[in-house]
Design a protein around this ligand. Structure first.
Ligand code: WTA
Length: 677
């Protein structure tokens, strides 16, 4: 592949480049695909024409070609009960069969499915035939523990081969899984188990993190000891670290014992296309996480389609690596279902990027000859900080496509990614999507699109998106507004578990008939889409979604807190950082008046949030204030607090009920400044 020189598209000069939005939108660099890449690419420009000509027939073709059906479908989309869609509804299939068995039946049993690399350096190579054996036995083990079609299973695991096997075993039984990120606390785990009414929890004794075993089982024990999780009958425990675990006889079962005892034959449970595949909890604008529901046929179709075309996957030759944890949607769609349905060979890494050294990722790219890498802007910015001599120490010439997901990628990080990691050679795909969309929606196609650093650019063939104003009118090129999806898509969420009203209200009420994504966006002069971050009370910290309200309720659940307001403040590395403003009760306010006291209070509250939600939700800064800025209707004006958190001049405060509040806060801050982290 040859080096491609940037060409100029619309307006502006190189000197305009800077961090501001206006400059972003005059980004002049564009990287068209090299002729060599374009010639071999899975996706050609004709895909857009085909989808435009007949969108539904386009999706039907993808569903027939990429997925194996037990009973073929005859209907493509039923939108009569909008906004709950039915795709390919009369077809039947099994997700695990599609991800595993059919590749073995096609003669690819010897192809490597997973190169597992543990953090301590232990490795395991799992072929598709191995994976089939493991999934079959795990499915039988789960069935022996009473799991049947429709039962919910919570998976709370590190990144292990068994985590993938557990998800697929559930899918094989038609039992929806709900993976809870291993970094969440016992309380967060409990509320998800309770909401899903799960009957089984699959976990591990622990996993390796930053060079040491980190226990997981105690959080499960704690979650199950409280009220609310009484639906659970068994806990299946993978032995990973060998650390001591508490054992509840009759309830707890070792994974290896159950699997070894299990039968080696299992007929997949064939389910209708709209059978639930999984529930994944994500933060919304209230304190209660939403259980996003995905079903089978449409989800597999779109994850496979996007994985094939956006990453240009060649299953015979590529080695693919997505660094996401299976606890997030990216791990579901682009570690488990998309790649495995496509028969990909991939790397699965347990640990952190800097253990035992900061070159660990690049060492793995070199070792496994990774050709497609999919990661998050936060990780890229962290590597930028560590310096380019770290990746320079490794041979990264196997890379041919780089992907980004989770938050807007700033042009500087994009350019660094391309130059330092991609050797100025690889296309970059900046992929916009959400837990709710299930699969990538807006992204360049690597063999077709001239990529612009910082823009997700265009809806994929088959996807319909737009940017609208307050009145739901599409904005002209050059204008800004809200990102919406204007037509249903196969991998769309089918609802919020147990709460149809909230589903309608959250996504479909703002602009009737349109899906409201909650993201601000602009269209540049070429009509390309630039994402600008959330417009609601959701933060994006290191690509992880956190709700301001959820952290506020965690803070006020502590005895000493009277009121709390949380904002996401811009952060160079993590995108946003959590900043909390708290009003303390009575004597505690005085205690926080001294630097030592304030420090103590902050530690107490940060630990409390970690306990309630998880360490990822810990506020970076906690500021003790005497008042919070509120409108006359009592709504906290987070915009003003964000100004304070980002050290800006405070904006228009005229709608405040009490206009002196901001002065009070400013005065208060000057006395407790030394208490900041
Ligand atoms: C943000 C992760 C800009 C966005 C797959 C969205 C992005 C939220 C991008 C969903 C991107 C994701 N550019 N912003 N390429 N990708 N986002 O549900 O705000 O964890 O609404 O899904 O992340 O986060 P979620």
């Amino acid at each position: 592949m040859t080096d491609t020189q940037p060409t100029t598209t619309s307006g502006g000069t190189a000197a305009d480049r800077g961090p501001s939005l206006e400059n972003l939108l005059h980004e002049t660099r564009a990287f068209p695909p090299s002729p060599e890449f374009a010639a071999q690419a899975n996706a050609q420009a004709s895909l857009y024409d085909e989808a435009r000509a007949d969108r539904l027939e386009f999706w039907a073709r993808q569903a027939r070609e990429l997925v194996t059906w037990k009973t073929p479908f005859t209907q493509t989309l039923d939108w009569s009960e909008a906004p709950v869609a039915k795709w390919f509804a009369d077809g039947t299939l099994n997700a695990a069969y599609n991800a595993v068995d059919r590749h073995v039946e096609a003669g690819h049993g010897d192809r490597v499915a997973l190169y597992f690399e543990g953090e301590p350096g232990d490795t395991r190579t799992v072929t598709y035939a191995d994976l089939q054996r493991e999934v079959v036995r795990a499915a039988n083990a789960l069935a022996a523990l009473g799991v049947g079609k429709g039962d919910r299973v919570v998976i709370y695991m590190p990144m292990l081969v068994e985590s993938v096997v557990a998800m697929l075993a559930c899918a094989r039984l038609g039992a929806p899984h709900s993976v809870v990120f291993g970094g969440f606390s016992a309380d967060a785990l409990r509320s998800r188990i309770a909401d899903a009414k799960a009957t089984l929890v699959i976990t591990a004794d622990g996993g390796y993190r930053r060079g040491a075993p980190s226990a997981l089982k105690p959080a499960v024990d704690e979650a199950l000891s409280g009220a609310g999780a009484s639906s659970v009958r068994h806990v299946l425990v993978v032995r990973r670290t060998g650390q001591d675990v508490e054992w509840t006889e009759g309830r707890d079962v070792w994974w290896h014992e159950a699997v070894e005892a299990a039968d080696t034959f299992h007929e997949p449970v064939w389910v209708g296309a709209e059978h639930p595949l999984y529930i994944l909890y994500t933060s919304g604008t209230t304190g209660k996480p939403k259980g996003i529901l995905h079903t089978t046929g449409g989800y597999l179709t779109q994850t496979a389609y996007t994985h094939k075309n956006v990453f240009d996957l060649k299953p015979e030759t590529d080695v693919y690596w997505c660094t996401a944890d299976i606890g997030w949607v990216t791990g579901h769609s682009y570690v488990v279902y998309g790649p495995l349905v496509n028969g990909a060979t991939q790397v699965l890494y347990e640990g952190t990027p800097d253990t035992p050294h900061r070159g660990r990722w690049w060492e793995l790219v070199e070792k496994y000859k990774v050709s497609i890498l999919y990661t998050a802007p936060t990780a890229i910015r962290t590597c930028m900080k560590w310096g380019e001599d770290v990746p320079a120490g490794f041979d990264l010439s196997s890379l041919r496509v780089l992907g980004s997901v989770g938050e807007p990628i700033n042009p500087e990080a994009w350019m660094w990614y391309r130059r330092v990691i991609g050797g100025d050679r690889t296309p970059i795909v900046d992929t916009w999507w959400q837990t709710e969309t299930g699969a990538i929606m807006i992204s360049p196609l690597p063999g077709v699109t001239a990529a612009k650093p910082g823009s997700a650019q265009v809806p994929l063939p088959g996807v319909a998106a737009d940017v609208v104003d307050d009145e739901a009118r599409p904005v002209p090129d050059g204008g800004g507004g809200y990102l919406v999806l204007t037509e249903p898509w196969p991998s769309m969420l089918r609802g919020i578990w147990g709460d149809l009203e909230r589903f309608k209200d959250t996504y479909w009420s703002r602009f009737p008939g349109l899906y409201f994504a909650g993201d601000g966006a602009k269209k540049d002069e070429d009509g390309d889409i630039w994402l600008l971050g959330r417009v609601d009370d959701v933060m994006n910290v290191s690509g992880h979604r956190l709700s301001t309200t959820e952290i506020e309720s965690a803070l006020v659940s502590h005895d000493i807190v009277a009121e709390a307001a949380v904002v996401g403040a811009a952060d160079d590395t993590t995108g946003q950082a959590v900043v909390a403003f708290v009003i303390l009760r009575g004597e505690h306010a005085e205690r926080a008046g001294t630097p030592d006291g304030a420090h103590e209070v902050q530690q107490e509250l940060r630990n409390h949030v970690a306990k309630e939600i998880g360490p990822i939700a810990k506020p970076r800064r906690i500021l003790v204030v005497p008042e919070l800025p509120k409108t006359r209707s009592g709504k906290i004006m987070r915009r003003l607090l964000r100004d304070v958190a980002e050290n800006r001049t405070v904006g228009d405060a005229t709608t405040l009920a009490d206009s002196s509040v901001m002065e009070l806060i400013a005065a208060g801050l000057s006395t407790n400044r030394s208490a900041d982290d």
